[in-house]
Design a protein around this ligand. Structure first.
Ligand code: SF4
Length: 731
C-alpha cells in the first residue's frame, strides 16, 4: 500500500496563534493566580482542547459561568460584538484570538452593510464564525445561505454583496454569486475565503485524483475538515474522516490501494503523524511519501492574505503562472525524479493528440519551427501555433536550441506530430485566471481596445472589463484607458464560453480599504491632520484625512454655539483638524476643529475677573435664566434670580435672544466652563458708582439736594420703582 501525505498539514497560522496565545495566557494565569476560560472549545480538536485543559484553560458553556475578573479567550473564528460588550460588563478580561482573516470577513460584512448592500453570507448558519460575522454586520439585511437552491429562493435585491465563511469552497461561492447576480441590479462579490483552506482543498483534490482511499484527519465539528471530505467524495474516492489514529479500521483498505492523507487546519502535525504511523502498522512496508519534502512554496497565511507570491501582479503573459504540472504541486514528493516518473506515466512514450511534450527547436523557417521531441521524425510547429501574441515570423519567439513545451495537436498524413505552443500558453493563462479568481489575486491587464459596454484586455486570453468595473465612479470617456495596463481582479472565468470578466473597481476598493486600515493604524489621538471637507450634514461634516472620512461633529467645530455646520465649513474646504478619537474596530474617527484654534477659556479668569462689569449678547433663554455670550465661545449664565431685583415669572418676560445685557461677573469656573453673571448686580454696581461719583462731586462743592440722596438710598434698598431689568437695551 502506498501512502501519500498532503504537503500541507498541521495548524494553520490562525489556529496556531490561538493555541499559542492560550498557552501563554494559561502560563501567566498560573503565575498570577487567575483562571482562564474559553467559551466552548477554543478549536475543533478534542485532544488539543484536552491538552489546554491540562494547562488550566477551562471551557465554559455560557458567559455567566465565568466569574468576574477571570480571563476569557475568544476563539480564532471570532465572536459577535455583543460578546465583547457582555464580557466587559461582566468584568472579564478578554483576550482576543480572532484570526486576522476572520476579522477581515467581519469587517467586510460590516462595511458592505454600512454602504447599503443586502448581504448574502455563504456559510453554515450555526457555525460560530458565521454568527460572529452576522453580529458584526448588524444582523438585519444579512441572509445566510449554503446552497445554490437557497440562493434561488432569495427575493430580488437592489444592491447585493456576497461574502463567505472563510472555509467555504470557492466554486460553491461562485455558483451562489452567479444566482445572486441574476436577482439584483448590482452585485458585489467580495471574496473572503481563507487561502489556507482553499489551498488545502486544492491539494486534497490533487491527492484524490491519484489515490483510491482518502483519509481526512480532523475534528468532526471542523468546517474546513468537512470540506476536504466533500472534495474526496465528489471525486468518487473512498473517504474516511478520523479524529485520531485509533479510529483507523484496517478493513477500509484493499491490497494494492493507494492512500492519501489530508488534514484540517485545526489538526496538529503530531496527530497526523500518528495516523501515518498507524498505517505503517497496518502494512509494515508502507513508507509515507511526504509531498512536503518537495521544494514547496510556503502555505498561504493570514499575513500573506490573498496575494500570490507567484507573480499575480506580473504581466499577464504565459509563463508567469503557477508551477508546471508535476512540479511542487504534485503529491509525488521526490522533486525532479517524481516529475519525470509522473510524465512517463501520463505520456508513456507516445505522441498522440493531446499529449504534452518537451522538445528542442532544431530549425526555424519563416513559416514554421521544427522540433526534436524524441519522435522518429521531427515535429512541426506552424507559425499560427507558436504564440498567442501576433507574430510575423517564428524567429520573433523561437531560436534554435531552445527547449519548449508544446501540445501535440494532431499527426499529419505521414505521422509527423503537429505541435502547438500557443495552446499551452492558453492552458496556462486559463489556469492562472481561475487561480486568480479563486484566491482573489490581483493581475495586470493591458487594455487593448474599447468596445461597446467596456474595455478589452489581454490577460493571456481576451478579458472584458465592463464600464461599471472601471475606476471607482462613473467614467465618461473610457478611451483614455486603451494602451494602459490596469490592475484588476478576476470576477468570472468560464473557459467553455471563453468568458473572462475583470474588475478594476474591485481592486481599487480593496486598495482603498487597505489604505484605510493603514491610516487607522497610524492615527494617534491628539495629533493634528489636514483634510478636505467631503460632505456637510446637519449634525456635522465629513472630512477626508487621506483615505478615511472622519466625523467633525457640530459640537466640535467651534467653542461658540453653532446651529448649522454650514456656518463654519463648506464642501471642498481644506481644514486643520485634531484627531479626537480613533475607533479601530469600527473604522471610525472623530475630529475636532475648535481644538486646533486654541481654547478661549484658557484666560477667561483674567479677561473676566470676578466683580467686573461686562456686556454681552443673550444667546438663549431657559426657564432658569439667560445665557449671555461674552466672547466667541465664552458664555455665562444669568440665573433668573440675578436678572432683576424684582420678582420675575419667566426670564423671557425680561430678556430675549439678541438683547445686549450689562452684567457683573459673580463667579468663574474655567474647569467646568461656567461663569455666573448678574444683571441685577451690574445695575447695583452702576448705582453704587453713581453715588460714589455724586458724593465725590458733592464734596467738591457740587449742588446736591437731600431728595437726590434719599431717592438713591431707597433704590439701594430695593424700594424704588424701576421700569427695566438691569440696564437692558433693545437691540
Ligand atoms: Fe486558519 Fe484560515 Fe480559519 Fe484563519 S481563517 S483560522 S488561517 S483556517
Amino acid at each position: 500500500m502506498r501512502v501519500f501525505l498532503a504537503r500541507h498539514h498541521g495548524f494553520c497560522s490562525g489556529v496556531k496563534q490561538a493555541v499559542e496565545l492560550a498557552e501563554k495566557v494559561a502560563q501567566e494565569a498560573r503565575e498570577t493566580g487567575g483562571t482562564v476560560w474559553t467559551l466552548g472549545p477554543l478549536i475543533h480538536n478534542r485532544r488539543v482542547v484536552a491538552g489546554l485543559e491540562a494547562l488550566g484553560v477551562r471551557t465554559a458553556t455560557a458567559l455567566d459561568d465565568i466569574p468576574p475578573g477571570d480571563t476569557l479567550i475568544l476563539p480564532s473564528h471570532g465572536a459577535p460584538p455583543v460578546f465583547y460588550e457582555q464580557a466587559e460588563a461582566r468584568g472579564l478580561k478578554v483576550v482576543d484570538a480572532t484570526c486576522p482573516l476572520v476579522r477581515k470577513v467581519q469587517k467586510t460584512a460590516r462595511e458592505l452593510r454600512e454602504r447599503g448592500y443586502d448581504l448574502v453570507l455563504v456559510g453554515e448558519p450555526q457555525h460560530t464564525e458565521v454568527e460572529g460575522v452576522v453580529g458584526w454586520a448588524g444582523g438585519d439585511g444579512v441572509r445566510v445561505i449554503e446552497t445554490v437552491d437557497e440562493a434561488r429562493a432569495l427575493p430580488a435585491m437592489g444592491k447585493a454583496a456576497v461574502v463567505s465563511q472563510t472555509t467555504q469552497r470557492p466554486e460553491d461561492v461562485r455558483r451562489i454569486a452567479d444566482v445572486v447576480r441574476e436577482k439584483s441590479g448590482e452585485v458585489r462579490l467580495r471574496p473572503t475565503l481563507c487561502p489556507v483552506t482553499s489551498d488545502r482543498q486544492k491539494e486534497a483534490r490533487e491527492l484524490a485524483e491519484r489515490v483510491d482511499v482518502l483519509i481526512v484527519v480532523g475534528g468532526r465539528e471542523s468546517a474546513n475538515t468537512r470540506r476536504l471530505v466533500d472534495v474526496g467524495r465528489e471525486m468518487g474516492r473512498r473517504v474516511h474522516q478520523v479524529e485520531n489514529y485509533e479510529e483507523i479500521d484496517p478493513s477500509w483498505f484493499r491490497p494494492g490501494d493507494v492512500v492519501g492523507v489530508a488534514a484540517g487546519t485545526s489538526t496538529p502535525d503530531w496527530i497526523t503523524e500518528e495516523v501515518v504511523a498507524r498505517m505503517k502498522e497496518i502494512e509494515p512496508n508502507t513508507e509515507p511519501e511526504e509531498t512536503k519534502k518537495v521544494a514547496a512554496p510556503p502555505e498561504a497565511s493570514p499575513e500573506r492574505g490573498a496575494t500570490s507570491p507567484a507573480g499575480p501582479e506580473g504581466p499577464a503573459e504565459p509563463g508567469n503562472g503557477p508551477a508546471p504540472e508535476g512540479g511542487p504541486s504534485s503529491p509525488d514528493g521526490d522533486g525532479e525524479k517524481a516529475v519525470s516518473q509522473e510524465n512517463a506515466l501520463t505520456v508513456p512514450g507516445t505522441f498522440e493528440p493531446g499529449a504534452r511534450v518537451t522538445g528542442t527547436v532544431v530549425k526555424v523557417s519563416p513559416t514554421e519551427a521544427l522540433l526534436d521531441i524524441g519522435h522518429k521524425s521531427e515535429a512541426v510547429m506552424p507559425l499560427s501555433e507558436i504564440s498567442r501574441q501576433k507574430i510575423s515570423s517564428p524567429e520573433e519567439v523561437l531560436k534554435e536550441g531552445q527547449v519548449v513545451e508544446a501540445l501535440v495537436v494532431r499527426l499529419d498524413d505521414e505521422g509527423h506530430p503537429i505541435l502547438s505552443r500557443k495552446r499551452i500558453e492558453e492552458e496556462e493563462a486559463w489556469k492562472r485566471l481561475a487561480e486568480a479568481r479563486d484566491q482573489n489575486l490581483t493581475i495586470e491587464a493591458p487594455v487593448t481596445a474599447l468596445v461597446k459596454g467596456g474595455l478589452v484586455a489581454n490577460v493571456g486570453t481576451r478579458g472584458f472589463i465592463p464600464a461599471s468595473q472601471v475606476g471607482l465612479g462613473f467614467i465618461q470617456d473610457l478611451s483614455q484607458y486603451v494602451g494602459r495596463t490596469l490592475k484588476v481582479k478576476v470576477l468570472e472565468v468560464d473557459r467553455g464560453e471563453r468568458k473572462v470578466i475583470l474588475s478594476e473597481k474591485q481592486h481599487l476598493e480593496e486598495e482603498q480599504s487597505r489604505a484605510k486600515e493603514e491610516l487607522l493604524g497610524s492615527l494617534t489621538e491628539g495629533e493634528t491632520r489636514t483634510g478636505e471637507v467631503r460632505r456637510v450634514a446637519d449634525y456635522g461634516a465629513f472630512v477626508d484625512i487621506g483615505g478615511i472620512d472622519g466625523l467633525l461633529h457640530v459640537s466640535e467645530m467651534s467653542w461658540r454655539r453653532v446651529k448649522d455646520p454650514r456656518e463654519i465649513v463648506k464642501e471642498g474646504d481644506r481644514v486643520e483638524v485634531r484627531v479626537l478619537k480613533v475607533d479601530r474596530e469600527r473604522g471610525r474617527v472623530s475630529l475636532g476643529l475648535k481644538q486646533v484654534e486654541g481654547d478661549p477659556w484658557a484666560d477667561v479668569p483674567k479677561r473676566f475677573p470676578v466683580g467686573s462689569l461686562v456686556s454681552g449678547k443673550v444667546v438663549s433663554v431657559a426657564d432658569f435664566g439667560a445665557f449671555v455670550e461674552l466672547d466667541d465661545g465664552v458664555e455665562g449664565l444669568v440665573h433668573v434670580s440675578q436678572l432683576s431685583d424684582k420678582r420675575v415669572g419667566h426670564p423671557s418676560d425680561l430678556v430675549k435672544v439678541g438683547d445686549e445685557l450689562r452684567v457683573k461677573v459673580l463667579k468663574v469656573n474655567p474647569a467646568e466652563r461656567r461663569i455666573s453673571l448678574s444683571a441685577r448686580g451690574a445695575e447695583e454696581e452702576m448705582d453704587r458708582r453713581e453715588i460714589r461719583k455724586f458724593l465725590r462731586d458733592a464734596n467738591e462743592g457740587a449742588a446736591v439736594t437731600i431728595g437726590d440722596l434719599v431717592g438713591d438710598v431707597f433704590r439701594d434698598a430695593g424700594l424704588g420703582e424701576r421700569k427695566n431689568a438691569g440696564s437692558r437695551k433693545k437691540n
